[in-house]
Design a protein around this ligand. Sequence first.
Ligand code: GLN
Length: 306
Amino acid sequence: MKPTEQLLNDILDEVRPLIGKGKVADYIPALAEVPANKLGIAVCYNDGEIIQAGDSEEGFSIQSISKALSLTLAMTLYQPEEIWQRVGKEPSGHAFNSMIQLELENGIPRNPFINAGALVVSDLLHSRLSAPQYRMLELVRKLAQNPHICYDKVVAASEMQHSDRNASIAYLMRSFGNFDNEVMPVLTNYFSYCALKMSCVDLAKTFSYLANKGLPLGAKKTIITQTQCKQMNALLATCGLYDGAGEFAYRVGMPGKSGVGGGIIAIVPGEMTIAVWSPELDPSGNSLAGTAALELLAERIGRSIF
Ligand code: GLN
């Protein structure tokens, strides 16, 4: 069954009582100030049809959802072995900002979707692009078909002021020889990617290529190959929600990526991309009401990759 606007509105009404039961990210003031009652959802079909409800056109900080975009960009610039000798493909089972495994595993992060892994990917982008922030923005605007998407400079600056943990992760990897550039410029880029401000509609359109074998919305050429698209979806399904990935697979059953801004994207390969936003998070740092909305939607429309 195809979701209607009515169905999306009903789902948002059903999950709204969860607001108040989670916690808005508060490690930087710019995120702590976001109203907890924001709730939006957008579905983008592979043919471009959009169905949306709630605060689906309001921009928010995409945070770690950007990790899927940086990996995509890295896949277009590097041979697979150049990436996978520096970062693993396994679920971490630890918090997104944990560094516990790095010490035990020679500075090789478990996967590209935890902070350590995304920092390695940012390091790779830094080595091969002369203006990585510009290239990322250009890519996102093209994928979302929205030239107005920008970095939120307040969020990025605030992240930089509270960067001790991510800097420590990067320096630890550098001590193992798994970081090629100076840490601070790479961190600046990483925080900018996290500070991309996008709406649910923007995100659903942007990630359409993952539901369509690498072909972006309205494009004639793929940005990644069909094989790379399969690999991305496999990594998203196993690692996209940190130590909540198993729970998400169990409840929602789709490849997905979350961010501490409260956004989640989910992919139904061959058919559609879904984006939800609700700022309050569960203990793993994934949107509480957002996950519940995706679970209800998956059930009502009868979709799952499993
Ligand atoms: N900017 C955040 C950080 O680096 C992103 C984390 C997230 O969304 N899980 O800690």
